[in-house]
Design a protein around this ligand. Structure first.
Ligand code: LLP
Length: 427
């Protein structure tokens, strides 16, 4: 969050609120999300892309009713990838025509819900899905706007599990083997589908613009092929999300205007040289909007020095509130925030309270050697894919998300209770 400062006792303040008071009021672990920062990032993306483009926030990174309201007010659109994300979006008042439905295996019920709501687009991911969406739309007598998700064959330099545009993975229809062109043929034959464009998403946590540029070129070249074969110019392209953020001071992220300029320039140039009208561009940032806006606050429970190795610092959460370190080898930073300390730094590993040794929150960190139970630690940049991927492992109760704005804090997603969990257990 942009508004973290230190007060005279050395305790951190977020938006003017002392973290010790926040921990007292909301408990730990908890995520604190800076609403002003979230809105500022939304505005930066809108401004970077301008009126001729659309910014779809990727709800998978973190979605709640409050977030949907902020997005609606800030003029963003929303990408959802399940029926339940769609339900949250509609419930919180996002106009359906600003919603896109994604997913590589949408159920018929999800498709029906989306078509009935009148979503602005459904992104088709397989031949089976083309038939399925067409059938639902036909049954309802509507013409559903769709895009086709293509795989452009780019190796994005990121963790294998979050790269999505190389050939050997489950998403989209490949350009290289003609599947994408065949999908276009099939969609254009169906009365109940209106093919509005082509979609590509190459992966996530990407710093290098080169992959996006290759994707843009290949998508435009498909548009040219479609024009040559069918005589139609598709009016839209979506180049997905994936812009990386700084998790540690070593990361050097690009800004929205960098990606806007890179994509805008390439698309315009390629379209001009192919003699195509420049299509309306859209993008789907998730992490880059919400990731930096939140931090997780933990309380230290135990401090265990291992001679000649490092000190293990156990906090009251772990892989149940942030699976990213265990799953992707993600790197985070951490700071003591409840007081200042001049003690010498010690090599530390911040671990959770779950029953496995992979339960690591921050792999390597230097924390003050006088660290003690009761101290509060903050892990920044946990706004994306942390609460969204939280689990009940060991029957952990998923932490709340607290929005901080104008010097006040309010819960936007409450902490799970034992009752919540026991209610599911009906045996
Ligand atoms: N559009 C599509 C079609 C996507 O699949 C994704 C992310 C996005 C947009 C947003 O990407 P972003 O701007 O947030 O990078 N759980 C992983 C990330 C998985 C991303 C999945 N798709 C993580 O924690 O790193």
């Amino acid at each position: 969050a942009r508004t973290v400062t230190r007060n005279d006792d050395g305790a951190a303040e977020v938006g003017g609120l002392d973290v010790r008071a926040l921990a007292e009021e909301f408990g730990t672990p908890a995520y604190f999300l800076d609403e002003a920062d979230f809105r500022a990032r939304c505005r930066a993306w809108r401004a970077a892309f301008g009126q001729d483009a659309d910014v779809f926030y990727a709800g998978k990174a973190f979605l709640s009713r409050a977030v949907v309201r902020w997005l609606t007010e800030e003029g963003l659109n929303l990408d959802v990838c399940s029926g339940t994300e769609l339900a949250v979006a509609l419930d919180a008042g996002m106009p359906a025509d600003r919603i896109a439905l994604h997913g590589n295996n949408k159920s018929t019920a999800e498709i029906e819900r989306a078509v009935d709501a009148g979503v602005g687009r459904i992104v088709l991911d397989s031949f089976q899905e083309i038939v399925k969406v067409a059938a639902v739309a036909q049954e309802r007598g509507v013409r559903q706007r769709v895009q086709i998700r293509v795989t452009v064959g780019v190796e994005a330099h990121t963790h294998e599990f979050i790269a999505t545009a190389h050939e050997d993975q489950k998403f989209g229809l490949a350009l290289a083997d003609g599947m994408a062109a065949e999908a276009v043929r099939r969609v254009l034959r169906l009365e109940s589908l209106e093919l509005v464009g082509i979609h590509s998403h190459i992966g996530s946590q990407i710093f290098d613009m080169a992959g996006f540029e290759v994707a843009a070129r290949r998508v435009v070249s498909l548009l040219a092929d479609v024009r040559d074969e069918h005589g139609v110019e598709l009016p839209e392209i979506d180049l997905g999300g994936g812009l990386g953020i700084a998790y540690t001071p070593d990361d050097d992220p690009r800004e929205p205007q960098d990606i806007a300029k890179a994509l805008g320039d390439i698309v315009t140039r390629e379209c001009e040289s192919a003699g195509l009208r420049v299509p309306r561009l859209s993008v789907e940032p998730g992490r880059a909007i919400v990731g930096p806006t939140a931090f997780t606050l933990y309380e230290v429970g135990t401090v265990k020095p291992l001679e000649g190795l490092r000190t293990y610092v156990s906090v009251d959460g772990g892989m149940s509130d942030n699976i990213r370190t265990a799953l992707y080898d993600a790197e985070y930073s951490v700071a003591l925030v409840s007081r200042k300390s001049d003690a010498a730094p010690m090599l530390s590993r911040v671990v959770g309270k779950h029953c496995e040794s992979g339960d690591i929150v921050v792999k390597d960190a230097f924390l003050p050697s006088d660290l003690a139970p009761g101290d509060l630690l903050a892990v920044p940049a946990t706004g994306a894919y942390c609460r969204a991927m939280a689990s009940n492992y060991n029957h952990a109760l998923r932490p709340p998300v607290v929005a901080v704005a104008d010097g006040a804090a309010r819960v936007i997603v409450r902490r799970e209770t034992e009752d919540d969990l026991l209610r599911l257990d009906v045996g």
